[in-house]
Design a binder for this molecule. Structure first.
Ligand SMILES: NC(=O)c1ccc[n+]([C@@H]2O[C@H](COP(=O)([O-])OP(=O)(O)OC[C@H]3O[C@@H](n4cnc5c(N)ncnc54)[C@H](O)[C@@H]3O)[C@@H](O)[C@H]2O)c1
Length: 289
């Protein structure tokens, strides 16, 4: 990938949860070296184990040769500290959906990495302008919103902040294309991009419908699958996203836009408090055993 004279052959992925893991695997499968860091070292171990299992499955299904799988895995370097990260041509953050945490992370990254490398955020609903505001080089911060699971989902929403230089928007578009994705550029910074605005309202409404007792979990998911031709029901989709992640997104949208479409349902808040986070915790709207 080149942006001007810049070429990205290595990426530091910060945050090794659901999305960081998937993004790391996607990059590694496209011959980009990844250094993977998480504040919780156990998350990095889990991520590497998940990538390894996923690659083994591909080999078993004859979608990939054992040699290609092995080289992809070897491109991911698990990192316990910031010092372990070494040099990188770009940073992609996938930590929790909190603008303060993301801003602090990039501030640290500015100390750790050289100038003039892309800082991409996988945020769904934080403003890139806000995340970049305190940085010495806010013009290099751009939203690269991958979808879950990053290996499968075709779209990457590219979201510039108010001060993002076009150069980095182009760089993000080029990287997305190199990863076999379809980039869509959101024209100006708002709270969240296209998909989070539209899907956020839909998913939120599904929880309210459940909360108001109009239908069961299965009935709501079936209705939307069969009636709106969605590939999966909205409640199953929230389970996949993570109830905590979805809650943070709707809270952010509600706070920023003041629009009741995004008012988080108390049921969602209770389920998050109860640790029912969806697939990643084994239980959400559906039970995953
Ligand atoms: N889950 C989805 O379906 C989805 C889809 C698209 C985008 N996103 C966005 O991706 C981001 C990550 O979401 P996720 O679902 O992977 O969350 P997650 O909870 O699975 O993972 C977040 C990880 O970040 C780590 N972390 C927290 N603070 C950190 C720090 N300061 N430094 C390093 N690591 C830190 C946590 O330990 C955790 O492992 C969020 O911004 C979210 O909105 C999520």
């Amino acid at each position: 990938m080149s942006a001007g004279s810049k070429t990205v052959n290595s990426v530091a992925v910060l945050g090794a949860g659901v999305m960081g893991t998937g993004i790391a695997q996607l990059l590694a499968q496209h011959e980009i070296a990844v250094s993977l860091y998480d504040v919780d070292p156990a998350a990095v171990d889990r991520a590497v184990a998940r990538v390894s299992r996923s690659l083994e499955k591909r080999v078993a299904e004859q979608k990939m040769s054992p040699e290609v799988a092995q080289s992809a895995l070897s491109r991911i370097t698990p990192c316990r500290t910031w010092e372990d990260l070494g040099a990188a041509d770009a940073v992609i953050e996938a930590v929790q959906e909190d603008p303060k945490v993301k801003a602090e992370l990039f501030k640290r990254a500015e100390e750790c990495f050289g100038r003039d490398i892309m800082f991409a955020s996988n945020t769904t609903s934080c403003s890139i302008t806000t995340i970049a505001a305190m940085l010495a080089q806010p013009e290099r911060v751009v939203g690269m919103h991958f979808f879950n699971p990053p290996l499968v989902m075709k779209l990457v929403e590219i979201m510039p902040g108010l001060r993002t230089d076009q150069e980095w928007v182009t760089a993000a578009v080029e990287l997305a294309k190199r990863l076999g994705k379809h980039p869509v550029v959101v024209r100006r910074d708002s709270t969240a991009g296209i998909t989070s605005r539209v899907l956020g309202a839909l998913l939120n409404e599904a929880v309210w419908v459940l909360h108001e007792g109009l239908a069961s979990v299965e009935e709501i998911d079936d209705a939307l699958k069969l009636g709106a031709n969605l590939p999966m029901g909205p409640l199953a989709l929230i389970d996949l996203i993570g109830l905590d992640v979805h809650l943070a997104k709707t809270q952010m949208l509600y706070q920023k836009l003041g629009d009741p479409r995004y008012r988080p349902c108390p049921l969602l808040e209770q389920m998050v408090e109860a640790g029912m986070l969806g697939r990643k915790s084994g239980r959400g709207f559906h039970n995953y055993g």
